[in-house]
Design a protein around this ligand. Sequence first.
Ligand SMILES: Nc1ncnc2c1ncn2[C@@H]1O[C@H](COP(=O)(O)OP(=O)(O)O)[C@@H](O)[C@H]1O
Ligand SMILES: O=P(O)(O)OC[C@H]1O[C@](O)(COP(=O)(O)O)[C@@H](O)[C@@H]1O
Length: 304
Amino acid sequence: MIYTITANPAIDYVLHLDHMRLGAVNRVPQADLLAGGKGINVSQILNQLNVANTALGFVGGDVGKILEKQLVTKAINDHFTRIAAQTRINVKIKAGEETELNAAGPHITATEKAAFFQELAAIQPGDVVVISGSLPASLDKDFYNEIIARVQHVGADFAIDTTGAQLLESLPKHPLVVKPNHHELADLFHMTFKDDADLIAHGQDLLAKGAQHVLVSMAGAGAYLITPDHVYHSTAPKGTVKNSVGAGDSMLAGFVGTFTQHRDAVEAFRYGLACGSATAFSEDIADRAAIDALLPAIQITTVN
Ligand SMILES: Nc1ncnc2c1ncn2[C@@H]1O[C@H](COP(=O)(O)OP(=O)(O)O)[C@@H](O)[C@H]1O
Ligand SMILES: O=P(O)(O)OC[C@H]1O[C@](O)(COP(=O)(O)O)[C@@H](O)[C@@H]1O
């Protein structure tokens, strides 16, 4: 079983308009309310790949009710902890370029946090827990470390998609995979990469610090997979980008879902690329048909 954790889910309010004028009234011809939050996006793709999974996290208030309905529509195996405070709304403005406004998130009480850990107690040896996204402001920074400690105690594995110190602290605990995008990887080292060799060297540093696999995504430029034996690269397939929100989550889901089935990192990379790009070419998170249509176009090369 794969468990996804979305500590800070959201309703994504996605606004499509030709131009955005700051400081003026903008009329918006297309507005969509979508279930958001990185772990929920991962669960959606796992469902499309027929990989059994359970979604954990916190949900509450009237916004939470909208989210709960979407979880039912999307057949997400909802084991979210119900909270008193309001789930956040994140605003995504698609006006030529994409601007995202991600809110801080609700207050979680100590009782609610304890109820979450009761749900997490279901994990078994060999399960994989996918931890992704930001923490609501009221959860202390050690929340992910607490989860990882419990995962390791039962002999399960974990994957983590977060940034900064949280990502660095997780590495000595040997995550199955980490997936920074190239900007996040550069930020980790407080630098700008000179070239791809520089990027690869810093990806390999995450491996040396303990990660089992490192995926470095580069949006429309594709991605690198770094393993202890080889470095692999693939360009992204070509297509019309409709909404790239969730592309990174989809890539992580494709990788973890496939790796847990076949234990083959290159095949997992192939699915990760297809899932990421399929989501970028869809209004919402990709469906199976969109993923399958892209698989033949993925060409992975071994860099070294
Ligand atoms: N514009 C795009 N065209 C084609 N594929 C894309 C595009 N944007 C994202 N993808 C696919 O999704 C993957 C993850 O996207 P990326 O934007 O790097 O992640 P994140 O959402 O975490 O920043 C990419 O490696 C690529 O396979
Ligand atoms: O938890 P964070 O970092 O605020 O991110 C939440 C946002 O991330 C998303 O899951 C999208 O993630 P990516 O575009 O990075 O794949 C949105 O659905 C959501 O609004």
